[in-house]
Design a protein. Structure first.
Length: 74
């Protein structure tokens, strides 16, 4: 699997950081995102971002993708 354009410009950590950032965003919504958002913003979010189980599953999937990218280097 070849490098992406971003990893050619910014280095190989670019590919891993994107997946890890996605995992962190979904983990935030799973843990405390629903409680800390204003009602107006909460109403405009997609339904899956308000479901704790879906966010945990997506966070785990993104984390596995980041680890997979990291292991492909070595």
């Amino acid at each position: 699997m070849g490098q992406t354009i971003g990893s050619q410009v910014f280095g190989l950590w670019y590919d891993v950081a994107g997946w890890a950032l996605g995992a962190a965003v979904f983990a935030y919504f799973a843990v405390c995102g629903r409680n800390n958002l204003p009602e107006q913003l909460k109403a405009s979010l997609p339904a899956f971002l308000q479901d704790r189980v879906a966010n945990i599953v997506l966070s785990g999937a993104f984390l596995l993708a980041a680890l997979g990218k990291l292991l492909l280097w070595w």
